[in-house]
Design a protein around this ligand. Structure first.
Ligand code: ADP
Ligand code: MG
Length: 224
């Protein structure tokens, strides 16, 4: 499904002031996998997720998704690819605080034409994370765990092929973190591909495969 070949990515791309965040990374992730990406701060984990999410360009190497060359896509094509295939969950939830839960979950649908049954899609997405009963609450009224469930529902609403989560439990206590991992595990059991960047060993240990990144390189890649 996801194939990264010799990916290199630098920031501030000029010779005098350059940070190399990824060095010739090779990584293959199949449909239906549940992968943790771990490693120290600054290792390149977020950058790797941004590359997979087509949120940034790369300097060299190739990235294909279901055989499609993402690295060769124009800006427009890349953003369409992202909207259609990729669900992104961030540590800080990135909700619109003054919107209700239902309105937050519906956001990806604003960018889609010709979607029927919008209300049903939103309701299904809320049911999958157990927040349906909170649908009329405002985001600012939610606890951290509820906010993250709302953010996951928002990404489910776009019916992605893969969910990319960057430290999704970083702001949560251990009970809420376990609850979020229960949701990811359930989605994965239904066939969703899930990639989680995490510092938390308990979170990593819930994943079937652990990729360890250091200094922009894959240090180890273990299937448990
Ligand atoms: N937007 C940016 N501009 C310049 N350097 C960046 C940027 N984002 C990340 N970096 C650098 O790239 C390296 C990898 O960062 P990152 O992928 O965020 O690591 P991690 O998520 O593992 O902490 C770090 O050295 C970081 O300082
Ligand atoms: Mg990071």
């Amino acid at each position: 499904m996801i194939e990264l070949k010799d990916i290199s990515k630098s920031y501030n791309y000029n010779k005098s002031n350059e940070t190399v965040a990824l060095h010739s990374v090779n990584l293959k992730i199949d449909k239906g996998e549940m992968v943790a990406v771990v490693g120290p701060s600054g290792a390149g984990k977020s950058t790797l997720l941004h590359v997979i999410g087509a949120l940034c360009t790369i300097q060299s190497g190739s990235y294909t998704f279901d055989g499609e060359d993402v690295s060769a896509m124009s800006e427009n094509k890349r953003s369409r690819f992202r909207n259609e295939k990729i669900g992104i969950v961030m540590q800080n939830f990135a909700l619109v605080e003054e919107y209700t839960v239902a309105d937050n979950v519906a956001i990806p649908l604003y960018f889609r034409k010709g979607v029927k049954n919008r209300r049903q899609l939103v309701a299904d997405a809320m049911q999958k994370t157990g927040i349906y009963d909170l649908k009329n609450k405002y985001a600012y009224q939610l606890s951290g765990g509820e906010k993250q469930r709302c953010a996951i529902s928002r990404c489910l609403c776009q019916n992605p092929q893969v969910i990319l989560a960057d430290e999704p439990t970083g702001q949560l206590d251990s009970a809420n973190a376990a609850n979020i991992m229960d949701i990811f595990e359930r989605l994965n059991n239904e066939g969703m591909t899930v990639i989680v960047v995490t510092h938390d060993e308990n979170v990593a240990n819930r994943c079937k495969r652990i990729v360890h990144i250091k200094d922009g390189q894959v240090l180890s890649d273990v299937v448990r």
